[in-house]
Design a protein around this ligand. Sequence first.
Ligand SMILES: [Zn+2]
Length: 123
Amino acid sequence: MILKCLQCFSHFLIDSNDLSPEGRRVKCGKCGHVWFVEPKPLISSKKEEITSLHPENTPIVSGSNLPVLVSASDVNKANSLWLLVVLLTILIGFLLWIGKESIIRIWPFSNYFYSILYSILGY
Ligand SMILES: [Zn+2]
């Protein structure tokens, strides 16, 4: 705990355990001023507003290195998005496989891509 002399404004570092729960008189070692110091309360007696940590993303102070709290609904949204991407990829792959002959007829150069794809897949 840091004490500040009210007379000469010198600062002193003291062990807060040296203060009794009722406080005590202290004397400035520099100017001799004596004053009474009350210990800091361990728990604030002020009624503080308690905010819920629940679900909404909690904004963090800029420059803070604390992680943002992500709500469960955002995790579900992200998982749904991944599932959609995977399903679309499968669908597109299926359509390219089914429509191979038509695609090559319309765009002959695509046969080159199919041959590369088949060599990768081992056909
Ligand atoms: Zn002083």
